[in-house]
Design a protein around this ligand. Structure first.
Ligand SMILES: Cc1cc2nc3c(=O)[nH]c(=O)nc-3n(C[C@H](O)[C@H](O)[C@H](O)COP(=O)(O)OP(=O)(O)OC[C@H]3O[C@@H](n4cnc5c(N)ncnc54)[C@H](O)[C@@H]3O)c2cc1C
Length: 398
């Protein structure tokens, strides 16, 4: 049982946001980051995460200008981070947003946002126009859409995490592969104790525990955040398929009682050496969690066969050439939603505790910016222009 002290900042949560915050703070301060690595055996672990994967959609224009700024700033940081870490995690194959129900609020606002940020997306007013660009994809009549070309595309969350931690460690950050189980403040100093009995003292604490904000037992007063099951399937892909390099990331805004908000990630190689195309969505089987034990049970059981078949059918509809007898495997995951629909970045109701997180399903693509803002706020109790503090204000249950 070791004692570690004298840290200016300790970050709890060694995920995408926490690792980014550690990297930015490590340039000027003494920093430690606490959090378990990705488990090799889910049945041997009690705490999980939302980044155990090889691909996450990267777009530029977000739901509103606050998200868009986060996305654009994150993308602008990638080249330097890839160079400094020597790890490539970003691919530029573009991101196709489609809505079969016609022009929605996102597509209505996109042209103005594009002008504001100086990008030039392609807009499609029919499924025929989309099909001309992507002849291997099908969408129902009445579908409209928008294509953001590179740097929109995908990020590899495992590699992004590795890149953040590689640079953070080279700047002297201490990593503690344990789980924080208690957080106390006395005499202006925070004491964190882990599941292995390690005691760490810090001037300030950043909590970046993703979907575990209310389940870690570290916050007496819960924040207004709910976490739910998320499911994807990975379908084995034949890289000899001529469309392999032409498939963009896809956001398909289908609204249906059984399945909605579908996302498709292009073929990517996984650690087992195989290449997989991936589909995920919100489904009628999704459940909201009340405890970290429920999250563990979900990661250890995973999606049902029926759910997986539903996702496969969804992709087969969009990509008819997908062989009916394709091999696929399902993967469980967890996402969290905040009250205002954006990440929380700010000071918790205890001075010196900063919260950075609340993914709303879209934070991998801007995790570098959320971590950067969390770090900036911890140092300055303010946001750098043009960010607005109110947009990321921490909210509490009514
Ligand atoms: C299936 C799926 C698909 C997604 N697709 C996309 C997408 O296409 N594009 C996109 O941008 N986003 C996507 N997301 C969302 C994205 O993955 C998350 O927003 C992102 O991972 C959040 O980063 P985070 O650092 O807040 O949380 P995480 O990456 O989950 O990291 C939190 C870390 O805190 C740790 N932790 C928890 N409690 C403790 C504790 N007590 N002590 C120490 N450590 C603790 C956890 O183990 C974890 O490592 C998807 C999410 C899922 C689940």
């Amino acid at each position: 049982m070791s004692r570690m002290s004298g840290y200016d900042y300790v970050i709890i949560g060694k995920g995408l946001v926490g690792a980014a915050a550690a990297r930015y703070l490590s340039k000027e301060a003494k920093v430690a980051i606490i959090g378990p690595d990705e488990p090799t055996d889910f049945h041997q672990s009690q705490i999980f995460a939302s980044h155990y994967d090889q691909a996450r959609v990267q777009r530029i224009i977000g739901k509103d200008i606050h998200w868009t700024r986060l996305n654009q700033d994150a993308i602008n940081a990638y080249a330097a981070l890839e160079k400094e870490s020597g790890i490539r995690f970003h691919e530029n194959m573009g991101c196709l947003y489609v809505n079969p129900h016609g022009v929605d609020a996102y597509l209505k606002a996109a042209p103005n946002q594009a002008t504001q940020i100086g990008t030039n997306p392609v807009f499609y007013s029919s499924e025929k126009e989309i099909n001309q660009q992507f002849p291997f994809l099908t969408f129902p009549e009445g579908t409209v859409g928008m294509l953001e070309e590179g740097p929109a595309g995908l990020i590899n969350p495992r590699k992004l995490l590795q890149a953040q931690l590689t640079v953070a460690k080279s700047n002297g950050v201490t990593t503690i592969n344990e789980v924080a189980v208690s957080l106390k403040k006395a005499g202006g100093v925070f004491t964190i104790v882990t599941n292995k009995g390690t005691t760490i003292h810090a001037g300030q604490v950043i909590i970046a525990t993703g979907s575990y904000q209310n389940f870690s037992g570290l916050l007496e007063q819960p924040v207004a955040m709910r976490s739910k099951t998320e499911s994807v399937i990975l379908i084995e892909w034949d890289t000899k398929d001529p469309n392999t390099s032409k498939i963009p990331s896809i956001l398909y805004e289908l609204v249906h009682p059984e399945i909605e908000a579908i996302y498709v990630l292009p073929p990517v190689q996984y650690p087992d050496g195989k290449t997989y195309i991936k589909i995920g969505a919100n489904v009628s089987e999704d459940e909201w969690f009340e405890s970290k034990e429920e999250i563990a049970k979900w990661f250890q059981s995973g999606p049902s066969t029926t759910l997986s078949q539903k996702l496969f059918k969804g992709l087969k509809y969009i990509l008819p050439s997908l062989p009916e007898n394709s091999n696929y495997q399902s993967k469980p995951c967890v996402v969290s939603y905040t009250k205002h629909g954006r990440p929380y970045i700010g000071e918790y109701c205890i001075e010196g505790i900063i919260i950075a997180g609340g993914c709303n399903g879209y934070s991998a693509m801007c995790s570098d910016s959320i971590g950067k803002l969390g770090a900036f706020f911890a140092q300055n109790r303010s946001f750098p222009e043009p960010y607005e503090a109110a947009a990321f204000k921490i909210e509490y249950p009514d």
